[in-house]
Design a protein around this ligand. Structure first.
Ligand code: SDX
Length: 378
């Protein structure tokens, strides 16, 4: 059977047909189930957006209320998982802790009843509800403290910030954080979503699917870039050092974290919205040094690399927002994962309907019919 020509990284090769989200990389368009991301960022909230992504339509008032109640009910994690997490080394990266604890959820909940809609809904609710609790629990435990229980009187974003900091968040900051979750929820067939789809196609349980996706997102070329952006801003140190930094990176063909994208050939629309959020936060609290360095860095990179279609991506401003909210840098990618669970679950459900295991082919470029050489003659 004649296949497609080999493309490194499957660049430009459709791996599925999907109705979940749409990206136009030349016009900078992103839509979730046909709704522009700007409208969802301004008018929706993360859990409602997650419902839209997973079940395909915006929920009615009743549907949303029962979904929010279910998620609220399932926020707590079993004491055995907390006890397991207490054995994790404090020096471990939170993404590794999240991958291990997401997989551990399977020990308690995976029944592999994928033909049972109730099981599907339970898995969706449990993963959306428990992943934030596990991220916050790891943060408190690595500081030597007991994790705090979720608070049923707080909404999704406020409860996570409360569990993470042990303080009720400022309502405006909680709203900004919720918008960040919406912006990171879904983005067609990115590496971690593709990883989720491949794992889902074997009909394994959804907890293994999530663990697979978390491991993929952790890479610095993917979800891990937001953490790297902050260290670059710290390394540059001042607005005056931006241009020399960029010129050296370009001369050494070194990739600058937070820039470039396989699909966008213009500024990532999510970066534009995140920049506006950062401006609102800093307008309230005073523009800090790193924000000014970031604005200058984006300007100089655009000057030097726009001709290659290299612009700021979603990871460029998100780190500045999270840093301002007092979130430790190594938790930026776990927060990306908290949001992207919605997209991973949507594609998991969509992949189950395809019901065809991923098994691509290859172009074999090795040798044939070689003889075995006994070790004494090698
Ligand atoms: C995310 O796919 C998604 O949707 C991902 C994501 C999502 O929501 O899931 O949007 C989230 O992962 C955003 C990207 C975060 N990663 C980074 O910020 C890391 C830095 N970016 C690069 O590693 C890179 O831009 C990628 C990985 C994002 C995309 O790389 P591609 O499409 O494989 O591009 P490439 O490596 O083939 O580069 C093409 C050219 C090269 O120059 P030439 O050899 O042709 O001269 O562009 C250059 C690259 O050197 N280039 C960069 C650059 N990214 C690409 N040059 C400087 N800085 C960069 N960041």
């Amino acid at each position: 059977m004649k296949g497609c020509e080999y493309k490194p990284g499957l660049e430009g090769i459709p791996a599925t047909r999907s109705e979940i989200s749409y990206v136009d990389g030349t016009k900078g368009i992103l839509e979730y189930r046909g709704i522009p991301i700007k409208e969802l960022a301004n008018q929706s909230h993360f859990l409602e957006t997650a419902y839209l992504l997973i079940w395909g339509e915006l929920p009615s008032q009743g549907e949303l209320e029962s979904f929010e109640t279910e998620v609220r009910y399932h926020r707590r994690i079993k004491y055995r998982i907390r006890d397991m997490m207490k054995c994790f080394p404090e020096s471990g990266h939170p993404m590794d802790a999240l991958q291990a604890s997401a997989a551990a959820l399977g020990l308690f909940y995976s029944r592999r009843a994928l033909d049972n809609p109730e099981y599907i809904r339970e898995a969706v609710v449990r993963l959306l509800a428990k992943i934030p609790t596990m991220v916050a629990a790891f943060q408190l435990m690595r500081k030597g403290n007991d994790p705090v229980q979720p608070r049923d009187d707080l909404d999704y974003a406020s409860n996570f910030l409360y569990m993470l900091t042990e303080r009720e968040p400022d309502p405006f900051e909680a709203r900004v954080f919720d918008v960040c979750l919406t912006l990171h929820a879904e983005h067609t067939i990115n590496a971690s979503t593709f990883s989720a789809m491949v794992t889902a196609s074997t009909l394994t349980d959804p907890y293994a699917v999530m663990a697979s996706a978390v491991g993929t997102l952790a890479g610095p070329l993917h979800g891990g870039a937001n953490e790297e952006v902050i260290s670059i801003l710290e390394q540059i140190g001042s607005v005056e050092n931006v241009r020399p930094y960029v010129e050296e990176a370009v001369a050494n063909k070194q990739k600058i974290m937070g820039f470039g994208h396989r699909v966008y050939q213009v500024k990532d629309p999510r970066a534009t919205i995140l920049q506006e959020l950062a401006e609102q936060l800093f307008a309230q609290a005073g523009f800090d040094r790193y924000y000014k360095i970031a604005v200058e860095l984006e300007k100089v990179v655009k000057e030097k690399l726009a001709h290659k279609g290299i612009y700021a991506n979603v990871d460029f401003y998100s780190g500045l927002v999270y840093r301002h909210l007092g979130i430790p840098t190594d938790l930026f990618t776990p927060i990306f994962a908290i949001a992207r669970v919605a997209g991973w679950l949507a594609h998991w459900k969509e992949q189950l309907a395809v019901n065809r295991i991923f098994r691509p082919t290859q172009e074999y470029i090795g040798e044939h019919n070689r003889s075995y050489v006994p070790i004494e003659k090698r």
